[in-house]
Design a protein around this ligand. Sequence first.
Ligand code: SAH
Length: 240
Amino acid sequence: MRIDVFTIFPDMVAGFADQSLLGRARRSGLLDVRVHDLREHTTDAHRTVDDAPFGGGAGMVLRPEPIFASVEATDPPRPLLLLGPGGRRFDQARARELAVSGGFSLLCGRYEGVDDRVRTALCDGELSIGDYVLGGGEVAAMVVLEAVGRLVPGVMGNVHSSGEESFSDGLLEYPQWTRPAEFRSMEVPEVLRSGDHERVARWRRARSLLRTLADRPDLIEARGGLGDAERELLAEFGDD
Ligand code: SAH
């Protein structure tokens, strides 16, 4: 899978994509992440990428020429998604879509944003990572890279790792423990040490439901409330 990122801070994104899981996936050839420096396509001596907004107001706006030139010189995988607070909200479902898409590209804005002709005439869509305003699209690009990258088949060592985790079926994940079994008088639940895999699975499902009910009731509502089997599970394990 190829992912291209356009930015005026290429070192930020490239450094991030070289570490840990993404770095390994890049070196093994599973992920082809290409970071492009928008400044390479400026034509003036100062390599200017921004200018004052028409109509006045604070801050600077990224100029269209270097962005169009950079994208046209690269012919990156589509869709080309502009990162911006006004975009469609990025979530686990979108991450899954992008992970099986074969490739896509991300464009990072900065300062007050990007000349709107970039959004309307160059990009295929806009992606937001949440209802808050960042200083630039680079952190958002890293969020998307990591969330999508780990879902690309083969990137995570254990193929089962992503199937049971939070949001995979509209629920939060069950809580996890590791050794030691007792730490400062806090014990790991007995059932997890029982070796009874079937019971462990049902217990985890119950804990996943309980945690989602407590912390994210909106997720339970979105999937149409609890089913009969789920109510039974809660009755069985609800007191644990
Ligand atoms: N003036 C703009 C915000 C610009 S923030 C406004 O009020 O909408 C500068 C850049 O940071 C944006 O161009 C975008 O690329 C990035 N950015 C900021 N918040 C973001 C978010 N929530 N999701 C994705 N990108 C974001």
